[in-house]
Structures are given as C-alpha cells and as structure tokens.
Design a protein around this ligand. Structure first.
Ligand SMILES: *Cc1c(COP(=O)(O)O)cnc(C)c1O
Length: 397
C-alpha cells in the first residue's frame, strides 16, 4: 500500500497562552472598541500599532479590519481617482485587483516571470503605455523582485509604490524589511498569513500626510489624537472636511491576540525556513519539476511552497493532482480552468479585463502551490516531498 499523508494543510497552531490571556483580559473589561479607553489607557490597538511600527522600522502604523481594506485605504490615501489606471502584477490574489476595482479604478496587469515576480521590463512598458502613477506591488506567495531595480524604475517615472506584504511580513530584500521600499505597505493578519487574528490588516508609512489620510479614512472621527504611531494633529486639521469615513477599524480583541504573536514572529520565520528547506531538498533533482530558486538578496518567509511543471499538458497535471490528493497531499494549481478554493488567476477577474499575458499564461499553466502550516514538522515535509516525487515518477513510467 502506498503511504498516505494524514495531516491537515489548513490547521494552524493554537494561540499562545499569552495571547489567550490578553484576549480574556479584554473580554473581562468589555472595552472592545479601540477608542473606548479609560483615563491614561493607551488601548490594545494603539499599542499594537506602536509595536508594529517598531518591528518594521516605519514611522507610522495603522491597524484595520483586513488586508484588503488596508490596500484600498492606501489607494484612497494616494487619491486614486475613478477610471485611473493602477499597475499591479498579474500573479496575485483576487483582493489585490479587487481593491483597485473597489475605487472604480482600472487594474493594469504586468507579466510575471518564471521566478514568480513582476517582470520589470514589462512593468516599464506598462508605465510608458498607460501613464499610470501608482503601482500596487504584490509580493505574491512571498517572492520578492529586485526591489532596488523596481524602485529605480518607479522613482524615475514618478510612480508611487504601495507594497502588498500579505506574504512577506518578516521578510526582507538586501537587508531592508519588506514594506519599507514603497510609500505605503499593507499586511494581512487573516488566519492563513503570518499572524493570526481571524481577520485583520496593518498599514505602515513614513509619510505623515498619507498616514493622516489613512487614519481619517479608517473611521477615526475626532479621536485621532489617541493614536500613538501616528503623525501629529497638525497633519489632520486641513484634511478633516476632505476625507470620507470609510469605516474599517480594528478592535481591541484582535489587537490583544496579535501583540504577543508579533513577538513570536522571528521564531515562526525560522521554523518556516526549516520546513521550506526540507520540502525543497526532497523535491530537488526530481525530473519534470522546476523549483523556484530564491535570490541571495531575498530573506523570505517559507509559509508556502511553489514549483512548476513546465510544458505539462493540463490533463496530465490534473491526473497527477488527483493521485497526490488521493494520498493526502493537497496541492493547488493556478492553471485550472475554473477557480478553486482561494486560487484564481487573472483571466477569472472579469472586472479587471486585461489583454492576454502570454508569459503569465505559460507560467501559471504549470504552477503548483502548497501551504506549509507550522503544525507540520520537517519530517512531514520529507513525507510530502516523497509522495510528490513518487507520483511524478509513476506518471513517467
Ligand atoms: C490574503 C491576501 C490579501 C488580503 O488580505 P485579507 O486580510 O484576506 O483581506 C491581499 N493580498 C494577498 C497576496 C493575500 O494573500
């Protein structure tokens, strides 16, 4: 009998006792709204913002209701207008073009390379062809492009960069934390990301005007002086009448369970690296597979793993996925005709109508993706790799 893998690809670790205690304390006092504070109390949300600003090295931070909300808020803070073209990469998750579409703006997609990062040559052509002034750059599945070159291109063309760091919280390029290159950066604390509060998002920036805009947009009323990792009141006064309240605050309960997790993040990053390298070692050398080589300048978080099956016809991939699934190994495929689970690709986003992107089509047609929850051990990763290799070898027999 062939071995079967029996663990769940979607089971997260339980929250630590420190997080549970912090949550219970909030439940006991009942002040769950971020601005519901007693005399002298900073509040969990403001403390989380302060801790996250310190963690990333940013001047300012704002906690919000979701990662997608953070993306739309960053676009609004940059005053993206309806109909305006906004650049993004074609390989990303649906909430990214969704955030652009939520403002009535127009997503303009740039090709992805076989290494799963934005194609910088195509980006330059897109900037020249559309005159776009904003790039929403998604570090999809944690793959970071050459950020030095990207920033040189965007700075040279006057294009503001918003970084989508949903998969790069804790990562870095050339020693600079992911999210510290662009004008603003957005993070998600949704269950499948690097910190888990069920739903939630964070936004950072060094720019006082952009952050004052984001805070007012999030629904701060006249409470903005209660923020700590925020610009001074003089940055808000002139904006009060101008900005709509697009309510999307974070609450004290979620902030309470996130704060201890932020302390745990470096340890998580180290454990993810172990899992990633174990799986990679098990797959290396397998015929028919193309691994994604990680550049030396990239410090990545191995919370998911991708490999390609270049040139495989779709029926052959579908058959392989059926056989691995039957052995308990849940692989996702970006080339499926219809979107499945969380996995969709640009041709499925009717609201982001794009001209064909042949290079992206080629890459995504053979792209396989799997999650590496921290409930897995390196031995689990060896077992997953062994099953994948066996089924690929069986296919070629
Ligand atoms: C999850 C995710 C988002 C959105 O985050 P939510 O908190 O789920 O709204 C944005 N971009 C990418 C790449 C993501 O994976």
């Amino acid at each position: 009998m062939a071995r079967r893998f029996s663990r769940s690809f979607t089971q997260q670790e339980p929250l630590s006792e420190a997080a549970i205690e912090a949550a219970v304390a909030v439940l006991r006092h009942g002040r769950l709204h971020r601005y519901n504070l007693t005399e002298g109390e900073a509040g969990e949300v403001a403390l989380l913002e302060e801790a996250f600003a310190a963690f990333t090295g940013a001047r300012f931070a704002l906690a919000v209701a979701s990662g997608g909300y953070a993306l739309a808020t960053a676009l609004r803070a940059l005053q993206v207008a309806p109909g305006e073209p906004v650049l993004t990469n074609a390989f990303t998750l649906a909430p990214v073009p969704g955030a652009i579409a939520s403002l009535g703006a127009r997503p303009v997609l740039a090709e992805v390379t076989p290494d799963l990062v934005i194609d910088l040559g195509h980006l330059e052509a897109r900037i020249a062809g559309t005159g776009a002034r904003v790039l929403l750059l998604s570090h999809m599945r944690g793959h970071i492009c050459d950020m030095d070159r990207l920033m040189a291109i965007c700075d040279g063309a006057g294009v503001a960069v918003i970084e989508d760091c949903a998969h790069t919280m804790g990562a870095a390029w050339n020693g600079v934390a992911s999210g510290r290159h662009g004008a603003m950066a957005c993070y998600s604390t949704q269950t499948y990301k690097h910190l888990n509060s069920g739903e939630g998002g964070l936004l950072i920036s060094d720019d006082p005007e952009l952050m004052a805009r984001a805070i007012l947009l999030s629904g701060s009323y006249m409470m903005y002086p209660r923020h700590r990792a925020a610009p001074g009141p003089e940055h808000f006064e002139g904006l009060l009448a101008e900005l709509p309240n697009v309510s999307g605050r974070m609450d004290a309960l979620r902030a309470a369970i996130l704060r201890p997790q932020l302390t745990e993040l470096p340890d998580r990053v180290a454990r993810w690296a172990e899992l990633y390298r174990a799986l990679e070692a098990g797959l290396r050398g397998c015929p028919g597979i193309a691994l994604i080589e990680r550049p030396a300048a990239e410090r990545f978080v191995g919370s998911s793993f991708q490999f390609r099956l270049p040139g495989w016809p779709p029926e052959r991939i579908a058959d392989f996925l059926g056989r691995t699934a039957a052995r308990g190994v849940e692989l996702k495929w970006f080339g499926a005709e219809r979107p499945q689970g969380f996995t969709s690709r640009y041709v499925h986003w009717g609201y982001a109508a794009s001209e064909p992107l042949p290079q992206t089509d080629r890459v995504l047609a053979g792209l396989i993706d799997l999650r590496l929850p921290l409930t897995f051990s390196p031995a689990d990763c060896h077992e997953i790799a062994a099953i994948v290799v066996e089924e690929i070898v069986a296919d070629r027999a």
